[in-house]
Design a protein around this ligand. Sequence first.
Ligand code: ZN
Length: 86
Amino acid sequence: MIFSTRVIVIAGVAGAILLGIGMTFDATALFILGLIVVFGGLGVGAAEKMRKHSVAPGSCPACGGLVSPHAPYCKHCGERLVPAGR
Ligand SMILES: [Zn+2]
């Protein structure tokens, strides 16, 4: 989802620049461009921070597919991932 966030930011900046050209870069266009860059940067930074804090994905012992470390079952093959020994 990081990629899509960046695409949105880049598209927003490009759109603001085009808007600025259309409006001959008056103060409002520059203000909007600045807002998009600042909030876009914050959004990308937050997304990357979340990704760093997320736990590394585990792999299913039965099929080897990537699964969430907290998932009770493998989403690929349905293998039970939490040890049944209670
Ligand atoms: Zn599996």
